[in-house]
Design a protein around this ligand. Structure first.
Ligand code: NAP
Length: 276
């Protein structure tokens, strides 16, 4: 599994991690899938206090109990909890459910009515207290990402987790270049459009030549920019194995160009409003 530095943290993180949204639906299957993913190098695990009202964090905690040191563990605070005090207590609750002493990265799930400066102060306090190693944001458009950098200073915002799949490439226009300029890692979520992936002749042709599957080709395209990571969610062993298989797939510049043309970002290019 290819790894690359995660924004300003410089920590080597696999290009493909594991999402966990809806994993409460089948606890045993989810735990088996997460463990298989770890074995295959997908050690970046993304969760949130929101998922299953905390139940998914418990599932993740059980899945990684014996292997915490290998995992790049990420969770998120709900915007409504993201006051200065609320962020700290939410993190402590998440750590208990995850049976962990620290998070590798803690995100604001989406922009909040609480002042961003208060949330950032809380994140920095959690870093000083060794409860988190780094922090980031999610669903921030380019303006909100700039605000975060202005408040926090350079090299503090580790990542911005945003929607990114072949039929939704809007981040490429403004969010991706803004984050790259500030060395903020982009973590693309819903890389299969929340399970609505549709194959395409071009993906199939490239897959055939490279000995891969169309989904692996699609995943690989999403991380062709060196600042991008993707976190597919799979609670099915076969799916985890297929996704992990994209980790060492190589696409040529010509492959990238053909996919780019088959899924034109141009048509999707309207300013991504996001929330702020
Ligand atoms: P996704 O990863 O695009 O799609 C998940 C769906 O695709 C599941 O139904 C899964 O099935 C299926 N799947 C996965 N791999 C497959 C394969 N190789 N072949 C066939 N089907 C496959 O959707 P997502 O869960 O929305 O996004 C991924 C993660 O991003 C989330 O789980 C979450 O951690 C994060 N996320 C963050 C935000 C945010 O606001 N920050 C929002 C959405 C998502 P099985 O489960 O049955 O394997």
């Amino acid at each position: 599994m290819e790894q690359r530095p995660f924004g300003p943290t410089g920590i080597q993180v696999p290009v493909f991690g594991q999402g966990t949204w809806n994993m409460e639906r089948d606890r045993a299957l989810s735990i088996a899938a997460l463990r298989r993913g770890l074995e295959l190098g997908m050690t970046h695990i993304d969760t949130a206090e929101m998922y299953g009202n905390g139940e998914v964090e418990e599932i993740v905690g059980e899945a990684i109990a014996e292997r915490r040191q290998e995992v790049f563990l990420v969770s998120k605070v709900m915007p409504e909890n993201a006051s200065r005090r609320g962020t700290i207590t939410a993190c402590e609750r998440s750590l208990r459910r995850l049976r962990a002493d620290y998070l590798d990265c803690y995100l604001l799930h989406w922009p909040s009515r609480h002042p961003l400066g208060d949330t950032i102060e809380a994140f920095e306090q959690l870093v000083r207290d060794a409860k988190i190693k780094s922090w980031g944001v999610s669903n921030f458009n380019e303006g909100a990402a700039e605000d975060a950098v202005r408040i926090a200073g350079p090299n503090r915002v580790a990542c911005n987790q945003v929607p990114y799949h072949l039929e939704d490439r809007k981040i490429e226009q403004f969010v991706l270049p803004t984050c790259a300029r500030h060395q903020i890692a982009i973590v693309g979520y819903s890389p299969f459009g929340q399970g609505r992936f549709r194959s395409h002749r071009v993906l199939e042709e490239i897959a055939r030549v490279r000995g891969a599957t169309p989904r692996q080709v699609a995943l690989r395209f999403l991380v062709h920019d060196p600042n991008v990571f993707a976190i597919p969610k799979a609670a099915t062993l076969r799916h985890v194995e297929e996704n992990a298989g994209a980790g060492n797939l190589h696409l040529t510049e010509d492959d990238i160009r053909r996919i780019d043309e088959a899924f034109p970002a141009g048509r999707q290019r309207r300013r991504w409003l996001g929330l702020r």
